[in-house]
Design a binder for this molecule. Structure first.
Ligand code: GLU
Length: 300
């Protein structure tokens, strides 16, 4: 738990990478957008490592992420939180949801339900396969629906969480799922503003339902356009996204490009300027309204 006092503005933001590999241009845009938004508001900016799925997190990736953020001048406040250490807290939250009948055990396999598109809620009133290992799912039919919120870039959003189905909160193998971990940590860390990639926009309804069920406050949301690979997909290990540099000189033109992708029109003359200079200029002019509200675009 971080002990530093809240800034006068009360703004607390965060960057929450899954350390499945080094940061690429897409993750840099998310980190930079959230850093600029927090710092421009005089707020705090926290770093949280979402390492809940160890087999997906190669050794060394976390250290590489720290070095990359440092090279780009994106300093974080307070202690770094690691989700891998937070199991007891997630379990306490799940216990509350179970007591309120918002979560239930389910032993169905994907093969059994996949023809329905999403899991149809078969175990809501009792596990169909109590003899199997059980996952824990959210009752999307019991919370707020549809879920509506005002996205700071994409405007008014209304999505029905039952359309996507009863999402998993804890996996059969005992690992925690992203939805529960992210909601618990955002609330516990007092996050007021979630700034992240557009790929997570349709996760927001589940997260809003969980926040309401656990009596947590609702943060503000700003989803950012994704950087797409040549295949038109989100940059990832699968389409061999290149790692961003971890030395300050090589970082300079990449930072300039990331600012352009955020619609901030950095001055051409600053392309080779030190990252601290580029960040100071960007901060003084930060204007989230200038971001183009598109789900994603190629870096071009
Ligand atoms: N850990 C997630 C990711 O790397 C991001 C979580 C979030 O920003 O809500 O995609």
């Amino acid at each position: 738990m971080t002990t530093a006092p809240l800034p006068a503005s009360g703004y607390v933001g965060r960057f929450a990478p899954t350390p499945s590999g080094p940061l690429h241009l897409g993750s840099l845009v998310a980190a930079l957008g959230s850093w600029l938004d927090a710092r421009a508001a005089g707020g705090r900016w926290l770093l949280r490592i979402e390492d809940i799925d160890p087999p997906r997190c190669p050794p060394g990736a976390v250290d590489q992420i720290y070095r990359q953020l440092e090279a780009f001048g994106l300093e974080w406040d307070g202690e770094i939180r690691h989700q891998s250490t937070r199991g007891a807290t997630y379990q306490a939250a799940l216990d509350r949801l179970v007591a309120d009948r918002m979560a239930y055990p389910c032993g169905c396999s994907r093969r059994e339900w996949q023809q329905h598109g999403h899991y149809p809620g078969w175990c809501r009133h009792g596990s169909r396969h109590p003899e199997r290992a059980q996952a824990w799912r959210l009752r999307t039919d019991k919370g707020i629906q549809p879920v509506c919120w005002q996205d700071r870039l994409f405007g008014s959003q209304c999505l029905d969480p039952t359309v996507q189905g009863d999402v998993i909160l804890k996996r059969k193998d005992g690992l925690w799922a992203y939805q529960l971990a992210v909601v618990v940590d955002d609330a516990e860390q007092g996050i007021t503003d979630v700034v992240r990639g557009f790929d997570l926009l349709d996760n927001t309804p589940w997260q809003r339902q969980l926040q309401a069920a656990l009596n947590y406050p609702e943060p503000r949301y700003l989803h950012l356009p994704l950087v797409l690979g040549e295949d038109g997909q989100k940059l990832s290990k699968q389409n061999l996204a290149t790692a961003i540099p971890h030395d300050g000189t090589a970082a300079r033109p990449v930072l300039h490009r990331a600012l352009q992708l955020l619609g901030q029109a950095p001055q051409a003359a600053l392309r080779q300027a030190e990252v601290s200079t580029q960040l100071a200029h960007a901060l003084a002019r930060w204007s989230p309204e200038a971001i183009v509200a598109t789900p994603g675009r190629k870096p071009g």
